[in-house]
Design a protein around this ligand. Structure first.
Ligand code: ATR
Length: 353
């Protein structure tokens, strides 16, 4: 039974005489029928487009994946744009990532996001790269594309009648852009010319360091538990961005920004991600924690108490997802709607989760 089309008909196609007839019917058949005719009037947006044979699928692949807030964010975005698309989370073990990407091509998914531990692995499994993957060395977004008879690659969902002669998975990276967008919008930071202390040189730390250098920070201080990883990132930056002064170790004096890109703070008993005998957060004008769950880590709480401006990593999650949606759909992402869905999913309806 298609309640949506019945309700649409009752609003658009029923003339006044017919309406009277409907009302008589209502009296005859009772209140239930009236409710049925009006069924769709107060239905929230996310149910506006029912799943049917035209519904297109996006997915996030990760291992584990059950914690992911991306389905809530992306489905809210799709609904706000009126797309008959759905976004699902798939638990994909690393040894099956190649098969899962091939499967997405076979089943003509719109595209995927990739999260831990797939971002580096996928570089070998996609068929083409966007410039962003060449820059940052990791894939977090895949668009499935088909080649038309003129040899042009188009999003696969644009093929309705004509068939593509070939299908490919193109990789993108939207994480790096999301870091700077969040720093700009959530902390009001102008990165060019800034002094920055970055804690962590793992996957997220490395991309952040390279992106900060590409934004022409004046000085970048890198600290990591495993010193050799920080040195390797510093060497890469010296090679690629000769104008940036980069140093492994803590800064003297003030910095414009201190970023936590380690995983310390995810668990309540974690130590602080820096050595407070060597550095005080009072030296930092602004402090950013890539962790967003909990909303305020002890690191951020300490920074706030010391008078620094603070922001957590929710903005990074939001902006990488918004950019993915734009890559898939070609439309401007409804960022406010997506943010609201994320906040509700991660922190609960009243922000208390
Ligand atoms: P991600 O992709 O999220 O960056 P990752 O590559 O595993 O994950 O990086 C985790 C970061 O947190 C690294 O900087 C790591 O330091 P090491 O390179 O020395 O492993 C840091 N980290 C994790 N646990 C830590 C701990 N107990 N103390 C200090 N740093 C830690």
């Amino acid at each position: 039974m298609n309640f949506g089309s019945v309700s649409k008909m009752s609003r658009l196609d029923v003339g006044s005489g017919e309406m009277e007839a409907v009302e008589v019917l209502v009296h005859v058949l009772g209140f239930e029928l009236w409710r049925w005719l009006n069924y769709n009037h107060g239905v929230p947006d996310e149910f506006a487009s029912p799943i049917n044979a035209s519904t297109r699928i996006c997915a996030v692949y990760g291992f584990p994946i059950r914690h992911s807030a991306s389905p809530a964010m992306q489905n809210a975005g799709f609904a706000a744009l009126g797309l008959n698309w759905r976004y699902v989370a798939c638990e994909v073990a690393p040894e099956t990532l190649r098969a899962a990407i091939e499967g997405a091509k076979t089943m003509r998914l719109v595209g995927m996001n990739l999260t831990v531990p797939h971002k580096l692995l996928a570089v070998d499994f996609v068929d083409a790269f966007d410039e962003s993957v060449k820059n940052w060395g990791a894939v977090n977004t895949v668009r499935i594309e088909g080649r038309d008879k003129n040899g042009t690659w188009l999003p696969i969902y644009e093929f309705t009648d004509a068939q593509p002669d070939k299908i490919r998975a193109q990789g993108f990276n939207t994480d790096a852009e999301a870091i700077t967008r969040s720093l700009n919008e959530d902390l009001g930071i102008q990165l060019a010319g800034a002094r920055v202390l970055l804690l962590g040189a793992g996957g997220a730390g490395r991309v952040a360091a390279l992106k900060l250098a590409a934004e022409n920070v004046a000085e970048l201080f890198l600290v990591n538990r495993t010193h050799s990883k920080a040195s390797a990132v510093a060497a890469e930056i010296r090679r690629r961005h000769m104008n940036v002064k980069i140093q492994v170790g803590y800064p003297r004096g003030e910095v414009d920004l201190c970023i936590n890109a380690t995983s310390l703070g995810l668990s309540p008993n974690d130590p602080l991600p820096f050595d407070n005998k060597q550095f005080s957060l009072r030296q930092a004008m602004a402090v950013y924690d890539m962790i967003y769950r909990p909303a305020e880590t002890p690191f951020l709480a300490m920074a706030k108490a010391g008078g620094s401006r603070i922001a957590n990593g929710l903005g990074m999650l939001l902006y990488q997802g918004a950019k993915s949606l734009e890559i898939w759909s070609g439309k401007t992402a409804p960022v406010a709607v997506m943010r609201e869905a994320l906040v509700k999913n991660i922190y609960g309806a009243n922000g208390s989760k």
